[in-house]
Design a protein around this ligand. Structure first.
Ligand SMILES: [Zn+2]
Length: 214
């Protein structure tokens, strides 16, 4: 099963993707991770990636699609596309690649959120310095004893770029570039919408319902 999670920064894509990895054995394909991995792999493709990045240029869609093709080839329990596609051209390229490999896109899930509610939520977010577990002053506070429930660490960080202005800017970017994808996948009958501002468990349940029907 292959799926795309769409949603603005802070909508909780990372948290939900991690759950899908744990519970369904899916593989998360993050463009950033793939590029870093390719770079250090020393393969032909890796050398191309390194050369482009060293020149300070953006990696082309063709390269990213090539990296995705290598991953799809390696099998696994299905893929979660994270951060790709971002544009209609990339969506077309990904569709063609999956077709060529005899695979399909089973669901595109939009984690829909209200902008102002998202700004408030992100400002309230902190991350365990020990294990990366995410807390939120409003919906999931750090326990009263000040210890992470997962690893017991007592240090938590707030992302510097989580301030309201930079978030509004990133939201604008997302809507400008990515909103056409929502229409694109809706027209193909592949789009499902979940409430990205719900409790983490409630969002997981909504996503599970979508995947069970896919
Ligand atoms: Zn922790």
């Amino acid at each position: 099963m292959n799926i795309i999670l769409l949603g603005p920064p802070g909508a909780g894509k990372g948290t939900q993707a991690r759950r899908l990895v744990e519970e369904r054995g899916m593989t998360q394909l993050s463009t950033g991770d793939m590029l870093r991995e390719a770079r250090s792999s020393g393969t032909e493709m890796g050398k191309r990636v390194a050369a482009v990045m060293d020149r300070g240029e953006l990696v082309t869609d063709e390269i990213v699609i090539g990296l995705i093709a290598e991953k799809l080839d390696s099998g696994g329990g299905g893929f979660i596309f994270d951060g790709f596609p971002r544009t209609l051209a990339q969506a077309d390229a990904l569709g063609a690649l999956l077709d060529n490999m005899g695979q399909r896109l089973d669901a595109v899930i939009e984690m829909r959120v209200d902008d102002e509610a998202l700004v408030a939520r992100i400002a309230a977010r902190s991350t365990c310095a020990g294990c990366g577990e995410v807390y939120n002053d409003i919906s999931r506070p750090i326990p009263a004893d000040g210890r992470c429930v997962k690893c017991g660490a007592t240090e938590f960080t707030r992302r510097a770029d989580d301030n309201a202005d930079s978030l509004r800017q990133r939201l604008m970017e997302y809507y400008k570039k990515t909103s056409p994808l929502i229409g694109y996948y809706h027209a193909k009958g592949q789009l499902s919408v979940v409430d990205g501002l719900g409790e983490i468990d409630a969002v997981s349940a909504e996503i599970k319902a979508v995947l069970d029907k896919a």
